[in-house]
Design a protein around this ligand. Structure first.
Ligand code: SAH
Length: 454
């Protein structure tokens, strides 16, 4: 029997997808994806959408709950697309994430699962993030709303607080919402391209207690900006910067390329692994500081430096990984495509009195070719690309310049697995993979991998 929309069926949830949705199979073998269900649940499911071999549904009623279930303790869990595992214990979440890594690296990468070490994390489940980007919009009654996109959508869910964010962000959200309402300013509308304020972007240096508030605006600024800055300053003694970021493009990309400082210095500092880091609005910075230190120390262990090595840190952001290893190698060369991040990296070397670092702004693949032409022979190469992983060309260049060890930091197990396979074909054997949970409650998982030349 084919499933029909709105039909209600009984279902046992038997597995999870990589995105954190529960899955059960009907007697006819049709897979039904049910968000916020848990392995071991027996549920009544309302079918929302059907395809030939699979369907999507939502929980109508839980008949027998999974033993992994716990109270989600967030009023937005049913609506928001951020966390997917707030309804199960962290032990259960860990197992799902370990399985996600195992599935990817064994199936796509063809790597022996014994190379995968147990997942490590900080066990700080709430308020671990230091960065938020809240879309701003208007509801059907004309009220300013600010919060998160619903799962797989661009519908804004109004929200006062997020359990993953520092409490101080609430104050910034309240002030922003109040200011927009009182000054009667229209937020940006994605469909018409009209209106000003697109996103509220906040960053917090947890160790230094420095706060940066950034408004992403379709234009040059907001009306009565001084009033807004005054209110933020009065409420937040640790406010270091207010920045206006201009983004006039019709795009999903949140930040534009131009910043104007409305108050303060235009950046913040934070500390990681005993070093101080300057972070500008456009520069990448790890969102979970505590686990970033865990990740970096694992990467350092895998780099196994003795003091004599030439080290490449490709996709270096503000230089954090490389600089945390610079005192243990002879020379560090970092490469990063965002110019502001490279400026930060240079400054970060200076403020930490590190004088054996060189930073290059450019595409990692092209910069690696350039370094090859300069005949620089690295002993260790660290790569930390965005989710799409590495270009095949770059892996080939790295194999030619022939470092002893490659350390691969990845935020996507699937592209990691694809790339490990290519590395394998070029003579780099995966020795060890450690999953590091930097994104507790969400479906994301970071990995750090040690490869060596065979
Ligand atoms: N290692 C850093 C940054 C990792 S995030 C840290 O731990 O903080 C990935 C970085 O790669 C981002 O800073 C991004 O701007 C940069 N990037 C993206 N594509 C790139 C490319 N093709 N070449 C070089 N850097 C790139």
């Amino acid at each position: 029997m084919n499933l029909q929309k709105n039909q209600i069926i009984e279902l046992d949830i038997t597995s999870m997808t990589a995105e954190g949705s529960g899955v059960g199979k009907t007697d006819e073998g049709i897979a039904v994806f049910v968000p916020q269900s848990a392995v071991g649940d027996k549920i009544l499911v309302k079918i929302l959408k059907t395809k030939k071999t699979y369907a999507f549904g939502k929980i109508e009623r839980i008949i027998t709950p999974s033993k992994d279930r716990k109270n989600p303790d967030c009023p937005y869990f049913n609506k928001c697309g951020g966390c997917v595992y707030r309804h199960i214990t962290y032990d259960a979440e860990k197992k799902i994430k370990e399985q996600k890594v195992k599935d990817a690296v064994t199936r796509i990468g063809g790597i022996d699962e014994r190379k995968i070490k147990p997942l490590i994390s900080s066990d700080k489940f709430n308020r671990y993030r230091n960065k938020a980007q809240f879309p701003v919009g208007i509801d059907k009654d004309g009220k300013i709303i600010l919060g998160f996109y619903a799962f797989h959508s661009h519908r804004i869910i109004d929200c006062d607080d997020c359990m993953l964010q520092p409490e101080i962000f609430k104050t910034v959200m309240d002030i922003t919402r109040g200011f927009m309402t009182e000054t009667n300013q229209q937020p940006y509308d994605e469909t018409t391209g009209k209106g000003k304020l697109r996103h509220l972007y906040i960053r917090y240096g947890e160790k230094t207690d420095e706060l940066m508030v950034c408004y992403v605006v379709n234009g040059n600024g907001l009306k009565q900006e001084d009033l807004l800055v005054e209110r933020l300053k009065n409420a937040l003694p640790n406010l270091k910067s207010v920045v206006i970021n201009s983004n006039r493009e019709k795009t999903n990309v949140i930040l534009g390329s131009k910043n104007r400082v409305a108050f303060g210095q235009g950046f913040i500092y934070d500390e990681l692994c005993g070093l101080k880091f300057k972070i500008s609005p456009l520069s990448f910075y790890q969102v979970n500081r505590e686990t970033a230190e865990i990740l970096y120390s694992k990467a350092k262990e895998y780099a196994n430096l003795s003091g004599n090595e030439v080290l490449f840190d490709l996709y270096c952001g503000t230089g954090t990984i490389g600089l945390s290893m610079a005192r243990d190698c002879k020379q560090l060369i970092g490469v990063e495509i965002i110019a502001d991040a490279i400026d930060d990296a240079k400054e970060n070397a200076r403020v930490n009195n590190i004088d054996n670092a060189r930073f290059i702004c450019g595409n990692a693949s092209e910069a690696a070719l350039m370094l090859e032409k300069e005949n620089i022979e690295p002993d260790v190469v660290v790569v930390d690309p965005p989710r799409k992983g590495l270009e095949k060309d770059l892996i080939e260049t790295i194999a030619r310049i022939n470092p002893d060890r490659v350390v691969y930091v990845s935020c996507d197990p699937a592209t990691l697995a694809r790339d490990l396979k290519i590395y394998g074909e070029h003579g780099y054997e995966t020795q060890e993979i450690t999953p590091v949970d930097m994104f507790l409650g969400t479906s994301h998982i970071e990995c750090v991998v040690w490869m060596s030349r065979v």
